[in-house]
Design a protein around this ligand. Structure first.
Ligand code: HEM
Length: 373
């Protein structure tokens, strides 16, 4: 929370005193704030001891996280071609430079000099050390965790805010809920007032916001979940076909078409309905979920083929057969909680700013539809 406040509020004066406007696209604004706050929450804050005093430490957090975000975005943009192994030589050189940069940036020595390192990160560092992993490999692993935790969170908060800004009824309902939760905690959003403080307990009382987050993820998150098959198995499809999945194959599950936008599961699937998950019974693991599977890729064949056939309802996919299942692995936040926190704060701030700027209509043009994540 302190990190979000440091990044979001540090140069926010009242509208009347604001001489110079800073304009940004909504995507960059959301991603920048959420990424940097996420990085600081995970990898810790600069200390007064190393920087001289508290003010300098706070400034260092802002400046350093900004540099990291800019480099991260460069990597983000290279990533699709990197994953498909089709980067030209100049792109490969740049990707390699960036990886070295991240490894140095997230060096264990540097992380060790910080305050407030998250328990998730410090536990994972200890666990890898106990397993005998080299320090240099742990530093690379630190980047994997940064990428996994931040690559989707900022863009998701952008989509949520965008959907809300386009849907006045939803925005009103969420504002009402945010105001209620704030009021119950003895706080209120008012121009020039003290910054609000959000706690985990407050986030547990926001079902409307949770539903809007889930609805956003349903519409915009389209993961391809890949697994290595560890033992032979048969997948039964809804139409009676069977697929024999061989030990040693790699396979991928792509639930977007058959779950996220299946009208039988989510009626009117392409419409953003902020309250959809308030009323809809959620599908849980083990319940009969139709999935689109990409074909088990035969060894050596680089491109997974999408089968587009549903696994027979009632035959839950035996995930335990695949490598990389994370049940029980330490995750500090359910992903939607990270987005919820960021979104609630963005929403509250957005509300403060829009109330503050009621007489400044030109701010209404802030949205830039930058879709690439
Ligand atoms: C909207 C935000 C997010 C989305 C859409 C998202 C999506 C995903 C997806 C699709 C996977 C692959 C899962 C699989 O293969 O079964 C994944 C893996 C992972 N995510 Fe997220 N994620 C988000 C936020 C986060 C956050 C906030 C964290 C941590 C703070 C996080 C940490 C991880 C980790 C560590 C993995 C790797 C798990 C493993 O294979 O062991 N993610 N995420």
């Amino acid at each position: 929370m302190k990190n979000l406040q440091n990044l979001m509020l540090h140069n926010l004066g009242s509208a009347a005193n604001q001489k110079t406007w800073t304009e940004d696209g909504l995507f960059n604004y959301c991603y920048n704030i959420v990424f940097r706050a996420g990085y600081l929450a995970l990898y810790g804050n600069a200390t007064s001891e190393t920087e001289g005093d508290k003010e300098k430490a706070i400034n260092k957090d802002r400046a350093e996280s900004d540099v990291l975000f800019k480099e991260f975005r460069k990597y983000d943009q290279l990533f699709p071609n990197l994953a498909y192994n089709v980067l030209p030589p100049s792109g490969r050189r740049e990707a390699s430079r960036l990886l070295n940069f991240f490894q140095t940036f997230l060096s264990l020595e540097k992380i060790g000099s910080k305050n407030n390192i998250s328990g998730w990160i410090s536990d994972l560092i200890s666990a890898r050390r106990e397993e005998g992993m080299s320090e240099s490999m742990i530093e690379r692993y630190m980047f994997v965790l940064l990428w996994a935790s931040q690559g989707n969170t900022g863009p998701s908060s952008f989509w949520l805010l965008l959907y809300l800004m386009k849907d006045p009824v939803a925005l009103k309902a969420l504002r009402k809920e945010a105001d209620k939760v704030l009021k119950e905690s003895g706080q209120e959003v008012r121009p020039g007032g003290p910054p609000v403080d959000l706690t985990y307990e407050m986030l547990m009382k926001t079902p409307v916001l949770d539903s809007a987050v889930e609805e956003t993820l349903r519409l915009v998150a389209a993961p391809l979940l890949t697994r290595s098959v560890l033992q032979d198995m048969t997948l039964n499809m809804a139409n009676g076909r069977q697929f024999f999945i061989r030990k040693g194959d790699r396979m991928a599950v792509f639930p977007y078409i058959a779950v996220h936008i299946d009208p039988e599961i989510h009626p009117d699937p392409h419409t953003f309905k902020y309250d959809r998950f308030l009323t809809q019974k959620t599908v849980t693991r083990g319940s009969p979920v139709p999935l689109v599977l990409s074909e088990a890729v035969s060894r050596g064949s680089p491109v997974p083929l999408v089968l587009s056939e549903a696994v027979s309802r009632g035959s839950p996919v035996p995930l335990v057969l695949f490598e990389g299942v994370t049940r029980g692995s330490p995750m500090p936040l359910v992903l939607s909680e990270a987005v919820t926190l960021a979104a609630l704060l963005l929403l509250v701030l957005f509300e403060a700013v829009t109330r503050d700027l009621a007489s400044e209509p030109r701010r209404a043009g802030i949205i830039v539809l930058e879709l690439g994540a």
